[in-house]
Design a binder for this molecule. Structure first.
Ligand SMILES: O=C(O)c1cc(C(=O)O)c2c(n1)C(=O)C(=O)c1cc(C(=O)O)[nH]c1-2
Length: 227
């Protein structure tokens, strides 16, 4: 039997070693060498991911079997959708869009989202819709690495892209705390639920799949716009 500590180590290793902070496009973003057009392409395409996070969290919530679990997962939907119009993570991402020069109407229209990004996001939503609660929750564990990448991103944007209004970075500032809390909560559930070696392997594989989703998204953005 593999002890629980080993599963946590395996998950943390996957979340670290296969994370999209190592993707060439992310490295260029943080080095400050993206052109404004490239940065806009990333913000526009990532909005497609952002707006689907509460959809996938609704699929996960529907699989949870106790009021306490559903209540805690519902909070994630509210983090993104807000308690009212003009609040929440999706609204903050729209403001990031405006700070880089993209009209919110353009982001909301979905125009310009790359085919590879649509496929990656569909893949993630459908994975959480079709797989077990263990696998769906384990897939969210990329967020073990998210607070680190967000902190690095805030510093990189402030340093290298001074044409972007700092207020636009509020999405990332808010996500540092939310991501730490969400990943701790998800990790505790996965460690509790994955009791057999097979279940532990499913959790690790789910996390590896999610790393591939994020990697594919950046591959598509790195490939440039359609002619
Ligand atoms: O910018 C990023 O690098 C990044 C990564 C991730 C992630 O690691 O999954 C998320 C986010 N951002 C994010 O903003 C977010 O709301 C989020 C939700 C989830 C999830 O799987 O439930 N991941 C992420």
């Amino acid at each position: 039997m593999i002890p629980t500590a080993t599963l946590e180590d395996r998950l943390r290793t996957v979340a670290r070693e296969r994370y999209h902070d190592r993707h060439p496009f992310n490295i260029r973003m943080h080095d400050g060498t993206l052109t404004p057009a490239e940065l806009r392409r990333w913000v526009l395409n990532r909005f497609h991911y952002q707006r689907h996070i509460p959809v996938k969290d609704a699929h996960i919530t529907a699989k949870l079997t106790t009021p306490a679990l559903r209540r805690s997962w519902l909070r994630r939907i509210q983090d993104h959708d807000g308690a009212a119009d003009g609040e929440g993570g999706i609204e903050r991402w729209l403001r990031l869009g405006e700070a880089v020069g993209l009209e919110r109407e353009l982001l909301l229209s979905g125009d310009g989202v790359l085919p590879g990004v649509r496929l990656a996001v569909d893949g993630y939503v459908n994975f959480c819709r079709l797989r077990s609660p263990l696998e769906a929750v384990a897939a969210s564990l990329t967020e073990l690495s998210a607070p680190g990448i967000m902190t690095a991103r805030i510093a990189a944007f402030e340093r290298h892209y001074d044409w972007i209004d700092r207020e636009g970075l509020e999405y990332f500032r808010t996500r540092v705390g939310q991501g730490s809390r969400d990943s701790a909560e998800a990790l505790a559930l996965v460690l509790e639920w994955a009791r057999t070696p097979e279940e532990r392997q499913l959790a690790v594989d789910a996390l590896a799949f999610k790393c591939d989703v994020l990697w594919s998204l950046l591959d598509a953005v790195d490939g440039g716009d359609r002619p």
